[in-house]
Ligand binder design. Sequence first.
Ligand SMILES: [Zn+2]
Length: 486
Amino acid sequence: MSGLRIGFALLLAAFLAACATMPSQRAAYQAERQALSDHIRVLSGPEYGGRMPGTEGGRMTQAYMVEKLTGYGFQPGAAGGSWHQPVTLQRFSPVSSRLTIRSGRQSLPLSGEGLLVRIRSESRTVKDAGIVFVADKQGLHAASLTGQVALVRADDMQAVATELLAAEPAAIVALFDDSAAFDRFARGFRNGRYGLITQPSDRTAFALLSPDLTRALYERLATDGEGLAARATEAGAPLPLDATADLAFETARETLETANVIGVLPGRVKGSGAVMLLAHWDHLGTCGGESDEDRLCNGAVDNASGVGVMLETARLIAAQGPLDRDLYIVGTTAEELGLLGAEAFAEDPPFPLPTIVAAFNMDTMAISPRGAPLTVIGDGRTPLDPGIRMVAESLGRKLDIREEHQAFVARQDGWALLSRDVPAVLVGSAMGDQSAFDAFMSTHYHAASDEWSPDMELGGATEDIFLHVELLRYFGNEVSYTPGKR
Ligand SMILES: [Zn+2]
């Protein structure tokens, strides 16, 4: 046979193979899309009540995951042969808040609906605290504002938050000039501050001041926000004001019980480590304004879609048989309340954290269409990058790694692991289509309209299921990946 004819024969074989696999690949994609849609439809349905931890809907969500994982062939993965890792939360809801500003012989008491405080502590009183005005990060150092009250314009808050918290003032008071923005934040503050029962009290109280009270405060100080900000910027440091503050905050504390759901598919090679998927099962319960007609926060995209992608990836892997490494599936609770379930997992893991070779978080997956490029949150922070690139390329997936996406790294469950040196990333298409992502964030994010519909966009998320199957096959098997080796 001549070389040319061999070439032709190979080409023909490849062509026939393509004809044979393409329709079946299309069918596999359609079946996965449907399976994902079914998970989302059930978990975001009204009977699940927005999946708030500590509610019946929360327990139903846990039961749903256990039932599915059992059916796929997984075993309980939490301590004592349980599916559940109990997580005790505490909630501090505001009862009364009073802030008195003294300048000269005059005092200005601020309280009522226009002053909302969030603090993980049952009470906090401070007398004669110094007051500083903060306009930017200049001059903020660790513990540099201990015992003082820091005033910040609400618009500047985002830019200074990290450094300001590190400065550990007794209280941060955000000054609002826009009542719509105040109302939006106030709603969250009225829900209280949540924490794990194991977490210590906050050093710093966080307070919001309404536009009315903010005006009264400026009047008392005989200035305005612009004037103070200009002086603070010029000073290059928090600006001390000629005034002192007394604070008296009280909250009501309650505890509630919830749980992470943990399943395991034991690996073939004992002692070869573990790979892990995690996705938060909880959402907000109800949200929106008191007078809104629909107040059920279904959380279809956030994060029924992540749970669906996780369950389907788990199902496909189990159907192919175990990996070399143990495969842990972790449905975390209370992500929306501050990554609390993931934190509880990392604080008291049912197996040693250092044995985790790779962890993939799945959050808010169903946004972008099929073909959208992948983003990697946590890129540049783990040894997983080369493997992720190789697997993505083998599937014809494009990567779009951007620095701006890394701003989300501490705002997702993987952070509880990554901050403890466990290689944890969030790989997915959700942010791959920037306009689709922006549209979701500005309309349905944490709103009652984050609902399932039969034609919701599942293209990128469905592709992400197949991607994670390949990522697990790569990082979960010794022949393809050994930590510390390329
Ligand atoms: Zn959320």
